[in-house]
Design a protein around this ligand. Structure first.
Ligand SMILES: Nc1ncnc2c1ncn2[C@@H]1O[C@H](COP(=O)(O)OP(=O)(O)OP(=O)(O)O)[C@@H](O)[C@H]1O
Ligand SMILES: [Mg+2]
Length: 602
């Protein structure tokens, strides 16, 4: 019969350390959290080789007397639950596990001095064994150094990654905690170099702006919402300001940085139809809920929480974010990306070689005369390219000439021409606007489809003169048949026509006369791809987006001035028209100031 026995303390600690301390960054997180809980106003972090060669956290907090230092290293010893009310905990720590866990798998040096004490004390623990206990000289506060992490736990040491990736994880920890506490100053040094420094006493928006991309201030929406006792504040990036990884989402619950699945899911839901599946929003959100409504004791690193009413929290975040983003309306990430600006700037200027004998003046005249003549005639240099680019007869000079100066006051200005059959170039009162015609139109069609079909009203459908038969595989027909009622509401009326075909009776009017076969096939694919995984609403949005793509003007189609202006005006009144259905911008603006910079006038 096997013998059951109590494990010795050092083994218990090492087992606990398996959960709490995974890598240098997790040890660092515990130490910085302790400094915050100790009321520090300034916290300095030093790392060597991403923490693999050592890490040290110094604070000016309350400090500890020697007896407390000894206790702090014991398991389940904490100063943070004075009345044992774990539901009401307001500190980051509460379990009394971190220090003994770290000390069991590394060499830990704790130095501490309470404010009122004349001197400090040092305790050194090496993999669970006390090896130093003596007075030490230091200013009031606490300094904890962790070295030789997993030095005697080779299995764990093997799993550590390179100094570079451990450093990235440590930096992330400090950034998140620094954002959670804008009142506290933070310094991070890596291998003797200062990597981050923020002053104490900042406001939350200042701290967010300093730590997350500076652009978030311009390309983001300020969030400040309240429902009952729950509050959500922060900055949410516009969908056009997106990233390929979700690392730039900073989420906090009651001042605690979290990577909670529910919250991440809510953010994803809020941005769902504005971002491609593989793109991620950039944001910093601070959720405040009454402490009794959230359990923070569900994850060893405390990065996940459990809400008493998760559906409420999710709904609050999704609808709040959507509302805020919608009201941002036209706003989009308009500042041309830096590389694009650079491309404008490095455009090579081909010097015109003067033919022998020609004077500079006559050369100049020859080169610019046709265009400058036209400027005088019609008020637009683009007229010069009319024949070549604006192929449609409607784009005649007279039309453009009639533009009233007030028209420039439209946010997106007046169309001046089309480039590459793909981009509309417009002049607004404050700059030059370039629109991606396909992306913009696709958005408009999607919004129209959505608006038409979402209410009780049935979208306008245009009946086909001759119903069209679309042949498909049987499962595809099954899916379409199952979705027929919903599709019908949006104007796509189809019915089963034998085992392997569908009969299409009408298509949504907004889609115009397109390729019905391709439309139905794509909708079927879409249902297959996203079928079971998504809830009805999200699924619908996918289908609508697919339909919208069919109904939109293609890139490469020449547009007349009137058509272009109509598109611009339509964009101005369409919600979310600043980004296409995949989260890319539909238009960019080069402000007059930017243009001046390009020409070195500023
Ligand atoms: N930097 C510090 N300044 C002052 N006291 C500290 C500091 N770090 C730790 N302590 C004291 O040591 C105790 C133990 O710290 P430890 O991190 O192990 O547990 P905890 O913070 O209470 O809970 P948790 O395990 O959830 O972090 C703390 O409760 C606190 O009293
Ligand atoms: Mg702690």
């Amino acid at each position: 019969m096997p013998i059951i026995r109590r494990l010795p303390e050092h083994l218990v600690n090492r087992i606990a350390a398996g959960e709490v301390v995974e890598r240098p960054a997790s040890a660092l997180k515990e130490l910085v959290e302790n400094s915050i809980d100790a009321g520090a106003g300034q916290i300095t972090v030093r790392l060597w080789d991403g923490g693999l060669a050592g890490l040290e956290v110094t604070d000016d907090g309350c400090g500890m007397v020697p007896e407390q230092m000894a206790l702090a290293l014991e398991r389940h010893a904490t100063s943070k639950l004075p009345d044992e009310a774990i539901e009401q905990v307001t500190t980051l720590g509460f379990r009394g596990e971190a220090l003994p866990s770290i000390a069991s798998v590394a060499r830990m040096t704790i130095e501490s001095r309470p404010r009122e004490a004349d001197e400090g004390w040092r305790r050194v623990v090496d993999h669970g064994e006390l090896v130093g206990d003596a007075p030490a000289a230091l200013p009031p506060g606490t300094r904890i150094r962790v070295e030789d992490l997993f030095g005697k736990v080779p299995v764990r040491r093997k799993f550590l990654r390179s100094g570079r990736s451990e450093y990235a994880a440590c930096l992330d920890v400090v950034r998140r905690l620094a954002m959670a506490r804008p009142d506290v100053g933070f310094v991070l040094e890596h291998d003797g170099r200062r990597a981050l420094a923020v002053q104490p006493g900042e406001t939350a928006p200042q701290r967010v702006a300093r730590i997350v991309a500076r652009e978030l201030a311009e390309d983001g929406v300020v969030i400040d919402l309240e429902r009952g006792p729950v509050r959500l504040t922060g900055v949410a990036g516009l969908p056009t300001f997106n990233r390929g990884v979700a690392d730039h989402q900073y989420l906090f619950v009651n001042g605690r940085p979290v990577k909670d699945k529910l919250l991440v899911g809510a953010v994803r839901g809020a941005y769902a139809e504005m971002l491609a599946r593989d793109r991620h929003a950039v944001l910093a959100l601070f959720l405040e809920v009454p402490p009794e409504d959230v359990d923070v004791n569900v994850h060893p690193a405390k990065t996940e929480v459990r809400f008493r009413d998760p559906a409420f929290i999710r709904g609050f975040i999704v609808s709040g974010l959507r509302h805020a983003l919608d009201s941002a309306g036209q706003k989009t990430a308009q500042t041309p990306a830096a590389p694009a600006m650079a491309a404008w700037q490095v455009e090579p200027i081909t010097p015109v070689s003067a033919p022998p004998g020609a004077s500079l003046q006559s050369l100049f005249a020859r080169q610019y005369a046709p265009q400058s003549n036209r400027v005088q005639e019609g008020g637009s240099v683009w007229r010069g390219y009319e024949a070549g680019v604006m192929a449609t007869p409607s784009a005649r000079a007279e039309e453009a000439a009639e533009i009233a100066p007030e028209a420039l006051a439209h946010p997106l200005g007046v169309a001046r021409g089309q480039v590459a059959g793909t981009y509309i170039v417009a002049e607004a009162a404050d700059g030059l606007v370039i629109v991606d015609q396909h992306a913009a139109h696709e958005r408009i069609v999607l919004e129209r489809l959505r608006a038409a079909g979402m209410g009780d009203a049935v979208a306008q459908a245009q009946a086909l003169l001759l119903p069209e038969v679309v042949e498909l595989e049987e499962p595809a027909c099954d899916r379409l048949e199952e979705a027929a009622e919903v599709l019908g509401r949006f104007g796509l009326v189809l019915e089963r026509f034998g085992p392997c075909a569908m009969l299409v009776r009408s298509v949504p009017t907004v889609l115009g006369k397109g390729d019905v076969q391709a439309l139905v096939r794509d909708v079927a694919d879409d249902l297959a791809q996203n079928g079971a995984a998504l809830v009805l609403n999200e699924r619908l949005d996918h289908v609508l987006a697919t339909m919208a793509c069919h109904g939109s003007v293609r890139s490469g189609r020449a547009l007349g001035v009137a058509e272009m202006n109509a598109l611009l005006r339509e964009m101005e009144v369409t919600p979310r028209s600043g980004q296409c259905n995949h989260g890319r911008p539909t238009w960019v603006k080069l402000a007059h100031g930017d243009i001046e910079k390009l020409f070195g006038r500023r």
